[in-house]
Design a binder for this molecule. Structure first.
Ligand code: IFM
Length: 761
């Protein structure tokens, strides 16, 4: 099945690249990423260096280099391997040789989504006409998160002198300054190592390499070192048809993982070398089997949809730090340093819902991470003159705001733009409450609410009360000077999305308060004492929930105004605005972009509200979809998925399908630019990866969970014959089979309780 001129799939379980496309260098390295939630290793070729965006990004290595942006470290590349044939360097390029073996150009980069294994195959021809067949295979192990095994197999089709240069390349691709300093190299009989230290926090990073070679006896071996690399050069005299297998192990630790990262990496390396490549692989694969057992979605009738949904689920998985409850899911996962390796609202609204229904324990970990960042959120609120918890727009380890004040650059003047994502985009706090409550409804995990959730929710309610403005003349609370999901319009008042989310949060706070009072008054008292809260707070939240202004659908058109004054802005569509650009790379938003004084929006905003809540009848939702959809530029990768969900729910099934593909193909087709307003924003768009699951579950299957029952409103696009997947509701597993003619739900045999189901109302 062809995905585009470069890409295809055979079974829906793999993505195969047949032609190397220089123009997609950044995106392809991200697409073929292997990872395990602890680290992400870009899908690049072993001989590539930093100029080809090689990268291994490691969680919990946040560093700020010289006052620039805090981001995760890219660690030295211990998979680096370069071949020289009779002195000539082998390099993978866009012109694979015609293999004399097969008679075809021999090039393939393929990712097996089922097991997270990347394979590269290439035929290379020297200037003297000598050919080498090169095959490599690598994976980021789930059995030992600190280990990446690589099998590098090279066959000489003619006799030649082969040099293998293999070791650790410490010249790394960094977006915002150099993070690793004080490189210290060491070599032993069976390892090479580099240790380094981050500039800001002094986090120590250790990367070790070890390898074995089989198939031929080396003529010589020597170790070379300069200030940033350590390499072993191994020389062979090969006869035609001879094959050498180099098995390499890269082991990585930081001092945040282990007090002695070098020792820990050494132990991992030794164990891995002892086990050997095949055993490491066989220990790794069952982890993926167990993951797919929970999350796979089978789509019959459309191989393209099948492959792209799995591609997106795969990337949502490898971006998620299953192993920790102190780390976020980055907006670009571990595919690069863009968006600082940090969480945005993307995490709760886009990445997590899949886990609510498939692996609630993972969702709990990530929400616990948010709990652990509460102090950071309190510091942010205080700094800006509020109370309670104003969560960071860009959240790393501590929850302190990492979002720079000047995010984009005006490409026309070269001046930096003061974007207010960090101080006005306040919907982040209620978005967390929304997610916590959804998690509870689906998992039934009240213990999480008592232990962590209640504190977050109360602190958000306190923040909202301190943020709101009481307009006496209208006897109502308003949220003024905010930035809603549509980031082109900053400094707006009463953004419908933010106001509804805030109201929902206040009601949730009251609800939790009431339940605790009734069922666990001791815990409530403990919490209130700890937070220095009392009935006064409860009364304030109650009053604000009642009097908070909620923009209503216009009586005639039924359209909800996105924010005060939106309808008075110039009414044009995105295509028209494109004609007004002076430079294609211009930022469209605040304060001077082409969209600012128009109704063109960056991403779903009112439609985002409709995707999260069923506050309005379907007709009203459809009228809002009709209004806002043509005015949306989809300048954010978050947007198409949200349109797909709402389109599926409002009867626009084929549009939903169109948006499903658009969303799922953002990375594979490299449709979203790597630079915007002068800032690098490339890498895997993990929000749309997580949202791919939601399009099928919340859009096509029409799932909606309440505390007592699960509702379904299934519809299928024309092309799909059947969709099958599992979900869990309060620990009870259900297997769903949706076709156009029928909808079947089976309870998994291990279930212990009945589940209340509601289909089509
Ligand atoms: O959180 C998003 C935002 O909604 C749009 N800009 C990119 C951010 C990170 O994905």
């Amino acid at each position: 099945m062809i995905i585009n001129e470069n890409l295809s799939t055979e079974s829906g379980w793999e993505i195969i690249e047949h032609k190397f496309a220089e123009e997609h260098l950044v995106a392809a390295g991200s697409n073929f990423l292997t990872g395990n939630g602890y680290l992400g290793y870009r899908g690049t070729f072993p001989e590539w260096r930093k100029d080809r965006y090689v990268g291994c990004f490691v969680t919990d290595t946040y560093d700020n280099a010289d006052g620039k942006w805090t981001e995760l470290c890219n660690v030295p590349n211990a998979l680096f391997t370069l071949l020289k044939v009779d002195g000539e360097e082998v390099s993978t390029n866009c012109m694979p040789a015609i293999s004399t073996d097969t008679g075809k150009p021999y090039y393939q980069r393929s990712l097996d989504l089922k097991s997270g294994i990347l394979s590269l195959e290439n035929c290379w021809q020297s200037q003297k006409g000598k050919q080498l067949l090169i095959k490599t295979e690598q994976f980021a192990s789930y059995a030992d998160l600190h280990v990446i095994p690589l099998r590098y197999q090279v066959t000489a089709l003619e006799s030649c002198r082969l040099e293998i240069w293999t070791g650790i390349d410490g010249r790394v691709w960094d977006l915002n300054g150099r993070h690793l300093n004080d490189y210290l190299f060491e070599s032993g009989a069976d390892f090479l190592s580099v240790t380094a230290r981050t500039g800001e926090l002094g986090t120590r990073v250790a990367v070790l390499e070890g390898h074995t070679v089989s198939g031929a006896i080396p003529l010589s071996r020597e170790t070379r070192e300069d200030s940033v690399t350590i390499i072993r050069k191994v020389i062979f005299e090969l006869q035609a048809g001879e094959t050498i297998v180099l098995d390499k192990i890269m082991a990585v630790y930081s001092s945040n993982d282990h007090p002695d990262p070098k020792k820990a990496a050494h132990e991992s390396l030794e164990k891995a070398l002892h086990k050997g490549y095949e055993r490491l692989k066989s220990e790794h694969i069952p982890y993926w089997d167990r993951i797919w057992e929970k999350i796979d979605i089978v789509i019959d009738g459309d191989l393209l949809s099948q492959a792209v949904i799995r591609f997106n689920l795969y990337h949502n998985i490898i971006a998620t730090p299953f192993h920790s409850d102190s780390l976020p899911i980055g907006a670009r996962g571990l595919s690069c340093q863009a968006y600082q390796g940090s969480a945005f609202w993307d995490q709760e609204i886009f990445n997590l819902p899949m886990y609510f229904y498939t692996m609630p324990e993972v969702a709990r970990n990530i929400l616990t991470y948010r709990y652990k960042t509460l102090d950071g959120a309190r510091r942010k609120a205080k700094k800006l003159g509020y109370e309670g918890a104003f969560f960071a727009w860009v959240s790393g380890k501590t929850g302190d705001e990492l979002c720079p004040s000047f995010f984009f650059t005006d490409v026309l003047s070269g001046r930096k733009i003061r974007n207010h994502f960090n101080d006005w985009q306040m919907h982040i706090s209620p978005d967390l409450v929304y997610a916590i409550w959804c998690y509870y409804k689906v998992s039934g995990d009240w213990d999480f609410i008592e232990s962590y959730g209640a504190e977050i929710v109360f602190e958000v309610a306190r923040f909202l009360y301190s943020f709101a403005f009481f307009k006496k003349s209208k006897n109502r609370y308003e949220l003024i000077r905010v930035l809603g999901p549509d980031e082109y319009h900053e400094n707006v008042d009463n953004n419908a999305f933010s106001n509804y989310q805030a109201c929902f949060s206040l009601q949730t706070a009251l609800d939790i308060y009431d339940r605790l009072k009734k069922d666990n008054p001791a815990r409530l008292e403990e919490l209130l004492n700890q937070l220095a809260m009392g009935d006064d707070d409860y009364n304030r939240w109650e009053e604000m929930a009642e009097l908070l202004y909620l923009p209503q659908p216009d009586p005639e058109s039924r359209v909800i105004e996105q924010f005060r004054g939106y309808f008075e802005l110039e009414d044009v569509f995105p295509g028209k605005l494109e004609e007004r650009l002076i430079d294609k790379a211009e930022y469209w938003g605040w304060p001077n972009g082409v969209a600012v004084h128009t109704q063109v929006i960056k991403q779903a905003d009112v439609i985002q509200l409709l995707a999260l809540h069923n506050f309005f009848p379907v007709d009203t939702a459809r009228q809002n979809y009709d209004y806002y959809e043509p005015r949306c530029q989809h300048g954010s990768s978050l947007s198409p998925a949200v349109h797909a969900i709402v389109a599926a729910r409002t009867g626009y099934t084929e549009q939903a399908y169109k948006y499903f593909l658009r969303s799922c193909l953002i990375d594979l087709l490299d449709t979203n630019k790597a630079y915007s307003g002068g800032t690098f924003i490339g890498g895997i768009h993990t929000a749309s990866c997580g949202a791919a699951w939601q399009i099928i579950a919340f859009g096509f299957a029409g799932i909606k969970a309440s505390e007592n029952e699960l509702c379904f409103n299934p519809v299928l696009p024309e092309k799909w014959h059947e969709v099958r997947f599992k979900i869990w509701y309060k620990s009870q597993g259900l297997y769903l089979t949706i076709s156009k003619a029928s909808f079947a739900i089976s309870a998994l045999s291990e279930n212990s309780r009945p589940v209340h189901i509601n289909v089509y109302g």
